[in-house]
Design a protein around this ligand. Structure first.
Ligand SMILES: Cc1cc2nc3c(=O)[nH]c(=O)nc-3n(C[C@H](O)[C@H](O)[C@H](O)COP(=O)(O)OP(=O)(O)OC[C@H]3O[C@@H](n4cnc5c(N)ncnc54)[C@H](O)[C@@H]3O)c2cc1C
Length: 259
């Protein structure tokens, strides 16, 4: 079983920032990512609040940070973490993915959030029609066709505005309303949920699914740290994810030094 000083789960902005800090401290580090590096920001076309880069796209920002991660020699594996356990006698942790098993001295959890899924009722109602969680990604497929947006927050409003320039008609409905018969695709914007089920036996998670930790990014278990949107916090943004990445990395480095 390959050993790393620190394993980071998730290559979003939090996870990649943590990787940069751990690597620069001279420790061995592995980032495990189940989809693509960059996380939830990659489909955003225009970010205006990332300091130093007015109007950067999410994909460009993610690739820039990934370039830095690669240049520094941080190892990244595209695998899904399935289980994490503490090795008895506090000898570190075992991390099992869909392809491999690793061991490590400390873990940084940076799994972020994912879109809340359509209810069972609306999924059944949608039948064989396409269900999308990203108008920017899939909207163009429905040029001059009727579509429906489900949701009532700012993201739903954004999706409606985007689709109005493409589709022949954009219906707007709320969670659990019936889906209009002629809509050819269902765009879902009903919020996000933390990606934390994989850590439920390892650390404390609150009733909304967020991993419980203060600004020091320390979880209920020594040696396990959390960074980014999957942590209990007030502001979920790119800069706070990056800030958490640095804090969690420094805490992990300190933990290993004291051990
Ligand atoms: C549409 C949209 C627009 C936004 N616009 C802005 C903006 O303009 N400015 C701003 O500051 N913020 C914006 N945000 C918020 C910002 O994107 C987030 O705060 C930030 O990306 C969180 O980063 P993160 O690394 O914590 O999590 P994420 O980006 O969610 O990354 C988590 C990563 O972990 C991976 N992962 C999850 N579970 C596992 C597992 N079991 N095994 C392996 N990998 C796993 C995921 O695949 C993902 O890549 C926006 C968010 C959205 C959805």
């Amino acid at each position: 079983m390959q050993y790393f000083d620190v394993i980071i789960v998730g290559a979003g902005i939090a996870g990649m920032t943590a990787g940069i800090y751990v690597k620069r401290a001279g420790l061995s580090v592995l980032i495990v990512e189940k989809t693509v590096h960059g996380g939830q920001i990659i489909n955003t076309l225009n970010i205006e609040n990332w300091p130093g880069d007015l109007g950067v796209s999410g994909a460009d920002l993610a690739n820039k940070i990934y370039g830095q991660v690669s240049e520094l020699g941080v190892e990244v594996k595209y695998e899904e973490v399935e289980t994490m356990n503490e090795i008895s006698g506090k000898k570190g942790f075992r991390v099992k993915t869909d392809e491999n098993e690793y061991s490590c001295g400390a873990i940084i959890l940076a799994m972020g959030t994912e879109p809340r899924r359509l209810s069972e009722k609306q999924t059944a109602d949608a039948g064989k029609r396409a269900i999308s969680y990203c108008a920017t990604c899939d909207g163009a497929l429905y040029k001059d066709k009727p579509v429906v947006v489900v949701g009532s927050g700012n993201t739903a409003k954004h999706e409606i505005r985007y689709l109005e320039n493409i589709a022949s008609k954009v219906y707007h409905i709320h969670h659990d309303d019936p889906i209009p018969k002629d809509a050819e695709a269902v765009f879902v914007a009903i919020g996000r949920v933390p990606n934390t089920k994989v850590a439920k036996d390892l650390v404390d998670i609150n009733s909304e699914g967020y991993i419980v930790a203060e600004e020091d990014c320390k979880t209920s278990r020594a040696g396990v740290f959390v960074a980014g949107d999957c942590r209990t916090k007030k502001v979920r943004q790119l800069v706070t994810a990056a800030g958490d990445g640095a804090i969690a990395a420094e805490a992990a480095i300190d933990y290993l030094a004291k051990k």
